[in-house]
Ligand binder design. Structure first.
Ligand SMILES: Nc1ncnc2c1ncn2[C@@H]1O[C@H](COP(=O)(O)OP(=O)(O)OP(=O)(O)O)[C@@H](O)[C@H]1O
Ligand SMILES: [Mg+2]
Length: 281
């Protein structure tokens, strides 16, 4: 089932724009000056290929989360096209939108955002599969066991509630919940950023396994360049709502062309591309 990295385009994004209105000052309200929009995402285009991990880097406020949320229509973009394997994401309504959201799953920095604190892990995993009528979800115990295995958690985790798990375990459950509905794309927004370095490394290995074994394409949003260097096949760098540079990770980090990428790299500990072999093994 190994999917070659850099396969056919799966998610195609073109000219996406998201503006947030700024509040008007009292003076502007008195003079009826219209509020100016702030372009959080400004004409962004890229493709995510089957079976690849695309890193999305950029400083705080550069628009990474806003872009990620636009892709799954958690917020509505103002312009642009988003296609998942030829299906127009922006035009989808009702049942079609639900199906697209199944196919593109998000994993957040805070796993509590996607896990109900009152539900046991097993119930949450089974519910996710049942709601979307996933094959195998009729047999709850087995469905849950397999979902936990996929993220290398023991079956006993099924009985626990989110707060009874460590941060790393909880994030694995969030990933398992996303995978329980058989997505083609995972969008991870700072999914490992709050974890300590050793737990982070284990999760990065998990993401690599998911790409290789399930062939799932991953958009991996992270402000830590070292994490992206270890994980991503390609990287896109965002600044002030725009993608300023995109390409093969080793090339972009090794020979940055854009001034902002250069500044970003200079401000971070140099990502060590040599780590990739050890993480991947
Ligand atoms: N709901 C909102 N209303 C108004 N402005 C917003 C909203 N969400 C985000 N913004 C603004 O859009 C810009 C981009 O924010 P975003 O959260 O996408 O950045 P980010 O790259 O994810 O940053 P970080 O690395 O800190 O997570 C920021 O200027 C932010 O203040
Ligand atoms: Mg963010």
């Amino acid at each position: 089932m190994t999917a070659p990295a850099g396969g056919a385009p799966l998610l195609t994004v073109e000219g996406v724009v998201k503006e947030f209105g700024l509040r008007r000052t009292l003076g502007e309200r008195v003079t009826r000056t219209p509020a100016e929009g702030h372009r959080a995402v400004d004409d962004v285009s890229f493709t995510l290929r089957r079976g690849e991990i695309l890193g999305l880097a950029g400083g705080s406020g550069s628009g990474k989360t806003t872009l990620a949320r636009c892709l799954v229509r958690l917020i509505e973009p103002d312009a642009g096209t988003i296609e998942l394997d030829g299906t127009d994401v922006r035009a989808a309504r009702g049942k079609d939108l639900r199906e697209l959201r199944r196919r593109m799953q998000m994993v957040f920095q805070d796993p509590y955002a996607s896990l109900n604190p009152r539900m046991t892990v097993g119930t949450a995993l089974h519910e996710a599969g049942r709601v979307h009528s996933r094959p195998g979800s009729e047999n709850a115990a087995q469905f849950v066991r397999e979902a936990l295995e996929r993220v290398h958690l023991s079956a006993s985790a099924a009985e626990r509630r989110p707060r009874e798990l460590s941060g790393g375990q909880r994030q694995r459950v969030a990933v398992a919940r996303a995978l329980a509905v058989d997505p083609e794309v995972l969008i991870a927004d700072e999914a490992v950023s709050a974890l300590d370095v050793s737990v982070q490394a284990q999760l990065l290995n998990l993401f690599l396994d998911l790409r290789d074994e399930l062939g799932v394409a991953i958009l991996f949003v992270a402000h830590q360049l070292a994490v992206i260097a270890e994980l991503a096949d390609r990287v896109a760098v965002m600044n002030q709502g725009r993608i300023v540079e995109i390409g093969d990770t080793a090339t972009v980090f090794g020979h940055p062309q854009d001034d902002y990428t250069k500044a970003l790299l200079a401000a971070h500990p140099r990502p060590d591309m040599g780590n990739r072999a050890s993480v991947a093994s």
